[in-house]
Design a protein around this ligand. Sequence first.
Ligand code: C5P
Ligand code: ZN
Length: 477
Amino acid sequence: MRDAQEISGKFADLKELCREAAGEIRKHQDLLVVSHVDADGLTSAAVVCTALQRLGIEYRPLFFRQLDVTALGQVADHGADLVIFTDLGSGMVKEICSLGLRAVVADHHKPSLAEDARPLAHINPHLVGADGATDLSGSGTSFLLASALAEAAGSSGCNDDLSALAVVGAVGDLQDLAKGHLLGLNREILEIGSKAGVVSFSRDIKLFGRQTRPVFKMLEYSQDPYLPGLSGNEDACIAFLKDVGIRLGGERWRRWIDLTQEEKASVVTSLLRKGLRSGVSHVKLERLIGEVYVLLHEREGTEPRDASEYSTLLNATARYGYADVGLRVCMGDRDKAFEEAKHLLNQHRQNLVNGLKLVSQRGITPLRNIQYFDAGEAILDTIVGIVAGMCFQMADRSRPILAFARTPEGNLKVSARGTQDLVRSGLDLALAMSGAAKAVGGVGGGHNVAAGATIPPEAKQQFLDLVDSTVGCQLSS
Ligand code: C5P
Ligand code: ZN
């Protein structure tokens, strides 16, 4: 979906769906907003909750790790007038309707086929021929709904500031990864945010921690791309920067945002030169530079100023059962909730480091068409997908990676990650995971490039065989 006219056509189609949804929402009071426990889910919920708050409509937020039949039962028990599902729901439309829930679904995951089932309104990029993995996030879909709500109330544009959260959600879902920048409908939203003065975009180094980490730490922790001789080696990073002529600190360590344009350019040039000398491919090195997104109303040097750091801060809350903290941060709390979130972020970082160590000790098992590792109980099921994604940057990228972890209920959580190259060759992990999960009595879904499932633990081998053969078929067709 590259053609500008095509994009604006899809944008208009989605807006039409949003108008329908806004009309339904305005007929109700006492709403339940149900969302997903990740950065995109939190920002989606925050966008919709803020829009409702501005209209004086009462709402209660509710978060789930996964929308299965049990979760839907809990939703129904709340007895709300209307339920708005954000960043989830499209895979469960049939179940939502058969429970008789009055529902609006604003999601970007692949919708399941549900011939006769229709919620009050269903907004999803896939329904207008756009790709929910790259063109629009859950928070982007929610933003379009928030815009329609403002329009219906005669205050068009008053929710344009919420586009900043939509950008954070899209970045949290790694929608900018394939091309190094946001595209499709995400780009339209970015333009709205830029016009509203809430977000800016520019080409810069794409390493994590530009706002908050000392430069040498930013290099040391770089995973994507992995920098041979620098990643994981603090002394080497300090020596490298000194060599380039960068002063590391004065009163405090200098962060990337403290460097001058000339200093930044010297570091990038030297990193590229060093990478090429160490045999890092051009393709990988190209990922070092890309578009970065700055939230202009946030304080410089804090996590929420940078879309990528913001999304990690949010993951550190909701994925550990503190969605309420993340939601309060998204809705503007820079006091108590923000401090709590930063505390959770430190623990999250440690968990990721431990997770990566564990995988490098246990190793990744290759099968014919996929590869996998089983973390057992050593990595939380809610972050095993992030660990899988990080390992995958350094692992064999010719076949998708699957990661297993035990859930607190004793089930097996599976996270799968692929590459855009594999998707271009036919890979569709959402289809592979949902099909295999269904066959073994579990549930799965997601996107072509990243998907997940929950299955009974005894079905692991059968599930692996099924996914292995399905992926084999996808890649050979
Ligand atoms: O949990 P994980 O990060 O591996 O999920 C990858 C993607 O697949 C996410 O977008 C998630 O919402 C989706 N997913 C899904 N159904 C599941 C599990 C994950 O749609 N049962
Ligand atoms: Zn999402």
